[in-house]
Each structure stands twice: as structure tokens, then as C-alpha cells.
Design a protein around this ligand. Structure first.
Ligand SMILES: Cc1cc2nc3c(=O)[nH]c(=O)nc-3n(C[C@H](O)[C@H](O)[C@H](O)COP(=O)(O)OP(=O)(O)OC[C@H]3O[C@@H](n4cnc5c(N)ncnc54)[C@H](O)[C@@H]3O)c2cc1C
Length: 389
């Protein structure tokens, strides 16, 4: 049997790894349009800071693929899938047949429809190559604006601080990290991040970018104009769906998969940032890894049910410990308990005395423990004791 995997990110490599662990004979062929062996996408942020070389963020080197008999084709972009004759067609015209196909082609940075987004000096960050372009452009520049106050935007701002003197983070929403924090936690966090020299502008919609002499001008909906050298858009992701259009493979925001990571077409699976499970495109590393692993096992004949991942994220490089775990929506039936100290903030969300979500700022030592409590749905005798541990 031959399994082709499109994409060499964490979903693709986890699929290959799980197939090979169970079966030594299946032929595994991977395609990636990037030139690097599998690397840590989250660590691209550290690479952008200039403090970590590219080799340090590579997770699987050439030997790994050789030792595990995985054929990796780098710099080769899949253009089309022919589901009837079970083959893929590459941009360079080559074709390759599969028995089973795993689509793990990930996502790209989403660029909101802002006039002038294609001007020189406007960037997004997803790959090592993107980071290289930003680093090159940032030399001897004074000011940068990051559009998007999510995790990636804030971490990118911290990395860019190594090159420019002044940095703004502009957020469309009323508070920072809207996916991870509620307004109270966000305000607590904002005070901490501003002390690190990052200027925050909230509730601000970017309308247009214009060239002005050798600089850029960002025009906001409220009429304010800020001059800058560089703009980095960090406004979310969009799944790379081009290859499944006109194939009959069903998709919404991502490729729709069932609990076996199967798409609507037999023998084709999808995993990671390109997959939509139960209406959700998770967009986080642990979910892509879990889905990739399950897709690999199922494609190789196992029967592993995937039931969803816990949404959890941690800030990495801002020097502030912050984690958001599970569901942090405050709705009817949810009990919320908060503890706030000088440099520490903890908020837990409970349903029927079971932990469903948590926000930790200043101290994240309970990150794993809280994740486990959410996963195994433990009934807590004294939930407030979690605030003092
Ligand atoms: C800078 C950054 C920091 C992040 N930090 C965190 C974090 O701290 N925590 C967290 O949980 N998540 C983080 N994420 C998100 C996380 O990295 C992703 O959820 C995860 O990498 C998704 O893995 P994937 O394998 O689905 O997709 P990807 O990593 O996008 O891999 C897909 C691969 O397929 C390739 N490909 C696409 N189309 C084709 C094609 N047609 N032919 C061949 N190859 C193709 C792509 O080039 C890419 O190499 C971060 C993301 C970024 C960009």
C-alpha cells in the first residue's frame, strides 16, 4: 500500500510517524512546497527575533526520513488532486498515484481586505522564508506596526523589538488576546506588556495603507493616521483549500472530516490547520499533531476515533507567563472564580463542579494539570482550592 501525505508540518509528519510505528511496509511519500525538513512553526517567532538559527528549529532532519524509509519531496507543490484516478498532480507537471491520501497542507496567514496590503513593507508571518524577508527589511528601520493583538501578533511584536525602536500593536477588538482572555484578564495582561515597551491600540480598524515618501502610512477608520516603516499583519489564518476545490471533497472553513479524519471522498483523509472537525478549524499545534496521528493510523488500517482537542495556548517569548485553557466563555450555568494579586492572575471556569476552562497569568505551573482535569472531567470537591495551588 502507498500513502501520499501532502504537507510536512506537524500534521503531516505526525501522520507519517504513526503509520511507520505500526507498519514497516507501507510506502510513505510526502510532498512539501517548502525547502526545509520538518521544523517547529511556533519557534519561527524565536527565529524572527534573530536569536535562534534555522537549524535549531528543525525537528526532523534528513536522517529521520532516511531511517524511517519516508520519501520526502521538498520544494514540490501539489497543484491538483484527481480523486477518480487516485493521483496527485504537481505544479511541475509530475504525477504520483496513491492508495490513500492524507491532506495536511495547513493554512496561510489571512490578509484582511485592506487597501494597500500588497505594498512593499507589508508582511505576514508563517514560514522561515517569511521571517527572512521581515528580518532583511527591518534593518535600520525605526517603527513597526503589528495589525492583530492575538498571540502571534504580540509575540511577533516582541521579536521585532530587536530591530526597530518603536512598536505598535493594533487590535480590532476591544481587548488583547480576544480568543484567549476575557476583558478583565486582558486588562491585567495589557499593563504587563505595555511595561515591556509595546504600544497598544485597541478597538481600531485598519482601513488603508498608503506609500508616503519612503515610508508607509496606516489610515484607521476613526481617521487617525500613523506613519511606519513596516507593517506585519497577524489577523488569523485561512486553510489552504485551493487543492481541493473542484474535487468533490467537501469543505467549509476547512476540509470537513469525521471522527476518523476521513473526508467526504473515500481513502482521502485531512488533518491539521486544513481540517475542519465538528465545525472547528483549531489552528493550534497540539490539535494538528493529534489529528495527524489519528489520520495516519486510520489510513494505515487502524480504527482510532478522534473526539476533538482542548483549545489551549501559552505565550512563549514575551517574558510573561500566560496560558489559556479550554472554554473561557462566561455563559449561563458556568461558575467563574477569580484570584488577582500584584503580578498573578488566575480565573477558573466550572460547570457542575468540573473544570471547563482556565486563564493563568504570571504563573503557569498548573497548565498541564488543568488541561488534564478538563480532559478527564473530574468532579472537584473544593474548586476554589485550585486558586491556591
Ligand atoms: C509563527 C507561528 C507561531 C505559532 N505559535 C503557536 C503556539 O505557540 N502554539 C500553538 O499551539 N500553535 C502555534 N502556531 C500554530 C501552529 O504552528 C499550527 O497550528 C500548526 O503548525 C499547523 O500544522 P499543520 O501541519 O496543519 O500545517 P502547517 O504547519 O502549515 O504545514 C503545512 C505544510 O504544507 C505545505 N503545503 C501547503 N500547500 C501545499 C501544497 N499544495 N503542496 C505541498 N505542500 C504544501 C506548507 O507549505 C506547509 O509546510 C503558530 C503558528 C505560527 C505561524
Amino acid at each position: 500500500m502507498k500513502i501520499i501525505i501532502i504537507g510536512n508540518g506537524v500534521a503531516g509528519i505526525s501522520a507519517a510517524e504513526s503509520i511507520r510505528k505500526k507498519n514497516k511496509d507501507i510506502e510513505i511519500v510526502m510532498y512539501s512546497d517548502e525547502k526545509y525538513y520538518h521544523y517547529s512553526r511556533p519557534r519561527v517567532i524565536e527565529y524572527l527575533s534573530g536569536k535562534v538559527p534555522a537549524e535549531k528549529i528543525i525537528i526532523k532532519d534528513k536522517e529521520y526520513y532516511n531511517e524511517n524509509n519516508i520519501k520526502i519531496n521538498l520544494n514540490e507543490k501539489v497543484k491538483r488532486i484527481d480523486v477518480n484516478s487516485k493521483k496527485i498532480v504537481l505544479e511541475n507537471g509530475k504525477e504520483d498515484n496513491y492508495d490513500k491520501l492524507i491532506i495536511a497542507a495547513g493554512a496561510s496567514s489571512f490578509l484582511p481586505p485592506v487597501k494597500g496590503f500588497d505594498l512593499n513593507g507589508v508582511f505576514t508571518l508563517r514560514t522561515i522564508d517569511d521571517a527572512d524577508k521581515i528580518i532583511k527589511f527591518s534593518q535600520n528601520k525605526k517603527r513597526a506596526i503589528v495589525v492583530g493583538g492575538g498571540l502571534l501578533g504580540l509575540e511577533s511584536a516582541m521579536s521585532l523589538k530587536n530591530y526597530v525602536e518603536e512598536i505598535y500593536v493594533v487590535e480590532f477588538f476591544k481587548w488583547l488576546l480576544p480568543r484567549q482572555l476575557d476583558s478583565e484578564a486582558s486588562l491585567f495582561f495589557q499593563n504587563m506588556i505595555e511595561k515591556k515597551g509595546i504600544k497598544i491600540l485597541l478597538d481600531k480598524q485598519t482601513e488603508e495603507i498608503k506609500n508616503k515618501n519612503d515610508k508607509l502610512e496606516v489610515i484607521f477608520k476613526d481617521g487617525e493616521i500613523i506613519e511606519t516603516d513596516l507593517i506585519l499583519f497577524s489577523a488569523g489564518i485561512k486553510s489552504n483549500l485551493e487543492i481541493v476545490k473542484d474535487t468533490g471533497i467537501e469543505y467549509g472553513r476547512g476540509i470537513k472530516v469525521n471522527e476518523y479524519l476521513e473526508t467526504s471522498i473515500k481513502d482521502i483523509y485531512a488533518a491539521g490547520d486544513i481540517a475542519e472537525f465538528n465545525g472547528a478549524v483549531y489552528g493550534i499545534w497540539p490539535a494538528a499533531k493529534e489529528q495527524g496521528m489519528a489520520a495516519g493510523l486510520n489510513a494505515s488500517g487502524e480504527n482510532l476515533k478522534y473526539t476533538g482537542s482542548i483549545l489551549s495556548t501559552k505565550l512563549k517569548i514575551t517574558g510573561i507567563d500566560l496560558a489559556s485553557i479550554g472554554n473561557i466563555e462566561q455563559k449561563e450555568g458556568i461558575e467563574v472564580i477569580t484570584k488577582k494579586e500584584n503580578k498573578k492572575f488566575i480565573k477558573i471556569f466550572l460547570k457542575d463542579k468540573m473544570l471547563t476552562g482556565a486563564i493563568l497569568i504570571g504563573d503557569t505551573k498548573n497548565y498541564q494539570k488543568f488541561q488534564d482535569l478538563i480532559k478527564i472531567k473530574t468532579i472537584l470537591k473544593d474548586p476554589s482550592s485550585l486558586l491556591t495551588q
